[in-house]
Design a protein around this ligand. Structure first.
Ligand code: GLU
Length: 487
C-alpha cells in the first residue's frame, strides 16, 4: 500500500513569470520539493506564462536561477504553458461539445459597464450570463460578423460541492456563488484556471501544494475536473506569510526577492532552513535543520493553518549561524566574490588571497551576511582611512594626551622584534599602565587609529594582520590629524 502511494507522488511548482520570485513563491517551491523527496516522488517545474500582459522580462530566468541556487532541483520540466496552446484548444473543443462551456461575444465595453453598475450597487462582479444560452443561429451571426469571443465555463446554477483540503479540512461551496468564469481568452490563450487544471491532470499531479490565496479557486477547478470526467488531485493550501505587524509581507518588512537575498550574501542552506519554518515545524522547538533532515521529516500534518510570521532578524541570525559553521577555507571561498564586488576600486585587484584569508579569520565570527563582509573588512585593505579626528577622542581624552600616547606607542612598536598578537599585547598592555591610561581608553584610542572605527575585531589580532608598516603609518596619521585639529 505504502509504496504505491510513495511512487505515485508527483507535485509541481507552477509560478507565473509576472514578477521576480519572492519568499512566498520560494516557500511553495520548497514545500513541494520536500514533499516529493520525503515520499520518493517527482518534483515538476511548470511556468504558467499565459498572462501575456503581465509577463515581466527576466522573471522566468530569475525563477530558474533562484531554484538552482537553492538546490531545489526539479525532476521534470520546465514546461511552458505558452508552448502548449494546442493542448488547451483541444480541451476547449471537448468542453464546448459536451455543453460544459460556451462562447461569449460580449464586448469588453459591455462587461466594464456591467462591472461598474454592480460596483455602484455594491454587488460582487459577476457575468450576467447573457451568452449562456445563445441559439446556434445567434452564434453563427456573431462569428460571421468576426466578433471576438471568449469561452466561459457553464457553472451549474444550483447545488454545492465539497472537497477536502489536506490542511484546512472539508470545504463546501455553493454553485450559485460562482461566476461563469472565462476558460479561453480572446487572444487564444487559456486562463489560469483552465491551463492549471489541464496540466495538473495531464502531468499526473497527485498533490497540489500552493499558497492559501488559491483556495478560493478550487471550487472552479473541481467543477472543471468533474466536467472533464477527471479525478482531481489532493489539495493542500499553505498558510500565508505575514510581516510582524500581521500585514501582507512586503519590502517594508525587509522581505525581498530571492535574487536580492543572494546578492546580499545569504547562504542557500540558511535560506532553506528559514523558509521551511515559515508554516512548518518539526516540533515547535528545533530551529536548525539541514535540507537532508527537512526531507526526512517534512509532512503536511505539521503544516499550520494560521499565517506564518516573517522575522528578518531571525533570518539574519540564522545566516550568521550557517556562516560560522563553514570551514575557514569555505568561508573564504564564499566571501571572495563579495570582496571583489564591493571593496572600493582603490583597492588593487586581484586581491591577495593569503592576506584575504588572514583578514577573514577575524571577520567570520562577526558577519551575519556575506554582503557585510566587505564593509567589516574594508579598513584592512585601504591605503588611507577616512574618519573624523574627533573619533580618536571618543574615550573622553584630550588631544594632547592622545597625541602623547600614540607617539609613545609608535616608538615602542617600532622596536618590536616580532609582530604577532601575543607580542603586541606584551608591548601595549604594560604601556597603558606606564601612561596611567585605563586599558579601555588606550586600546580604544589605538583601535580608532588603526581601523578608523570604534568597533572592530580584537585589537592585537587586527594589528597583527594589518602588519607593522600599515599600523605605524596609521598611528602617525592619527597623530598628525590630532595635531592639525588642535592647532
Ligand atoms: N501560477 C500560479 C502562481 O503564480 C500557480 C498557482 C497554483 O499553484 O496552482 O502562483
Amino acid at each position: 500500500m505504502q509504496s504505491a502511494l510513495e511512487t505515485s507522488v508527483r507535485v509541481r511548482f507552477a509560478p507565473s513569470p509576472t514578477g521576480y520570485p519572492h519568499l512566498g513563491n520560494i516557500r511553495t517551491a520548497l514545500f513541494n520539493c520536500l514533499f516529493a523527496r520525503h515520499h520518493g516522488g517527482k518534483f515538476i517545474l511548470r511556468i504558467e506564462d499565459t498572462d501575456t500582459a503581465r509577463k515581466v522580462e527576466g522573471a522566468t530566468e530569475a525563477i530558474l536561477e533562484g531554484l538552482q541556487w537553492l538546490g531545489l532541483n526539479w525532476d521534470e520540466g520546465p514546461y511552458f504553458q505558452s508552448q502548449r496552446l494546442p493542448v488547451y484548444h483541444e480541451i476547449i473543443e471537448t468542453l464546448l461539445e459536451t455543453g460544459h462551456a460556451y462562447s461569449c461575444y460580449c464586448s469588453p465595453q459591455r462587461l466594464e459597464a456591467m462591472r461598474q453598475e454592480q460596483a455602484k450597487r455594491k454587488q460582487p462582479p459577476k457575468y450576467d450570463r447573457r451568452c449562456r444560452d445563445l441559439t446556434q443561429q445567434e452564434r453563427t451571426s456573431f462569428e460571421t460578423a468576426g466578433i471576438a469571443r471568449v469561452v466561459r465555463f457553464r457553472t451549474p446554477l444550483e447545488g454545492e460541492t465539497t472537497f477536502c483540503d489536506l490542511i484546512h479540512g472539508p470545504v463546501t461551496f455553493k454553485h450559485d456563488t460562482l461566476d461563469d468564469f472565462v476558460l479561453l481568452k480572446s487572444d487564444g490563450y487559456p486562463t489560469y484556471h483552465l491551463a492549471n487544471v489541464v496540466d495538473d491532470h495531464l502531468m499526473a499531479i497527485s498533490h497540489v501544494l500552493r499558497a492559501d490565496e488559491w483556495l478560493s479557486s478550487v471550487p472552479r477547478h473541481v467543477l472543471l475536473y468533474q466536467a472533464l470526467n477527471w479525478q482531481p488531485p489532493q489539495f493542500a493550501h499553505l498558510p500565508m506569510i505575514l510581516g510582524p505587524d500581521r500585514a501582507k509581507l512586503s519590502k517594508r518588512h525587509g522581505a525581498t526577492t530571492i535574487t536580492e537575498y543572494r546578492r546580499q550574501g545569504y547562504l542557500p542552506a540558511a535560506m532553506i532552513n528559514f523558509l521551511a519554518l515559515l508554516g512548518w515545524s518539526l516540533d515547535d522547538r528545533t530551529e536548525l535543520l539541514s535540507i537532508e533532515e527537512l526531507m526526512e521529516h517534512f509532512s503536511l500534518e505539521r503544516v499550520g493553518k494560521t499565517p506564518a510570521i516573517f522575522n528578518r532578524d531571525k533570518l539574519e541570525w540564522m545566516n550568521g549561524v550557517y556562516l560560522r559553521r563553514l570551514g575557514h577555507d569555505e568561508f573564504v571561498e564564499e566571501a571572495m566574490p563579495f570582496l571583489d564586488r564591493d571593496l572600493p576600486d582603490s583597492v588593487g585587484r586581484p586581491l591577495d588571497r593569503a592576506f584575504v584569508s588572514r583578514v577573514l579569520s577575524l571577520i567570520q565570527e562577526r558577519a551575519k551576511t556575506l554582503g557585510e563582509v566587505p564593509e567589516l573588512a574594508r579598513f584592512f585593505f585601504l591605503s588611507e582611512l577616512q574618519y573624523d579626528a574627533g573619533l580618536l577622542l571618543s574615550g573622553k581624552l584630550d588631544a594632547q594626551s592622545a597625541i602623547g600616547a600614540l607617539t609613545v606607542a609608535a616608538q615602542r612598536l617600532e622596536e618590536a622584534a616580532t609582530w604577532d598578537a601575543a607580542a603586541l599585547e606584551g608591548i601595549l598592555r604594560p604601556l597603558a599602565t606606564d601612561l596611567s591610561f585605563s586599558t579601555g581608553k588606550f586600546f580604544g584610542l589605538l583601535r580608532v587609529a588603526v581601523t578608523g572605527c570604534t568597533a572592530a575585531p580584537p585589537l592585537f589580532q587586527t594589528m597583527a594582520v594589518l602588519g607593522k608598516e600599515k599600523c605605524l603609518k596609521r598611528l602617525d596619521t592619527a597623530v598628525q590629524m590630532l595635531s592639525t585639529d588642535s592647532n
